[in-house]
Design a protein around this ligand. Structure first.
Ligand SMILES: C[S@@+](CC[C@H](N)C(=O)[O-])C[C@H]1O[C@@H](n2cnc3c(N)ncnc32)[C@H](O)[C@@H]1O
Length: 188
């Protein structure tokens, strides 16, 4: 019994310690703000919504259930992946929501119409080049709380918490290079 408790304690400590090494800690978005994020992005039926760092999957599950979208949640923490998959099943949207146990920096974003971020300034910065390279022109990026470095938002909404929700659109023209140069420039 005592050994069991000690093992559980050690595993929990490792799990918490490992979580602290991530670029973004888990902090769920409240339900009202989830709706506002999806509404700002104007998610339509059949569109693919990708949440990078999806936590318990609430954003992609809501996108599928309320708006008829296809959801892809990317999450690095296996415990939350299991939780999100279970919730997607219970919500009856398992055929339209995929929760992938994956590092978001290695996820394939080519099919996304909308990418949702609730991460950190560092994570947003690291993702900028990838977003520009992989998303098609016209795809939308919604970032809750943290803006993208050097990008001008199309719109700024407000979450229930009062914090901003930034909407960006991948440009149709080669202006995209300007953003890319800027992102690369900031790294050096
Ligand atoms: C602030 S929470 C947001 C959760 C969810 N998107 C929401 O709005 O409720 C950030 C999430 O990103 C995940 N995360 C951090 N680094 C990651 C990485 N490299 N790849 C995938 N997920 C990551 C964390 O485990 C955490 O669940």
């Amino acid at each position: 019994m005592l050994i069991g408790v000690a093992i559980l304690g050690a595993l929990s400590a490792i799990w918490v310690g490992w979580n602290l090494t991530l670029d973004a800690l888990w902090q769920p978005t409240d339900r009202v703000s989830v709706r506002r994020i999806l509404s700002l992005a104007q998610v339509k039926r059949g569109e693919t919504v990708v949440d990078l760092g999806c936590g318990d999957g609430r954003i992609v599950i809501t996108a599928a259930r309320a708006l008829g979208a296809q959801g892809i949640g990317i999450e690095i923490d296996p415990a939350r992946v299991l939780w999100a998959r279970t919730w997607a099943c219970l919500a009856g949207v398992h055929s339209r929501v995929r929760i992938l146990w994956k590092d978001m920096y290695k996820a394939d974003l080519h099919d996304a119409d909308v990418v949702v971020l609730f991460l950190s300034p560092d994570a947003n910065f690291k993702l900028q080049d990838k977003l520009l390279r992989e998303l098609r022109p016209g795809a939308r990026i919604v970032s809750y709380y943290h803006p993208m470095w050097g990008w001008t938002p199309d719109k700024v909404g407000t979450a229930k918490t009062g914090y901003p929700i930034y909407l960006y659109r991948i440009p149709e023209n080669p202006e995209i290079e300007r953003f890319s140069d800027l992102a690369v420039g900031r790294k050096t």
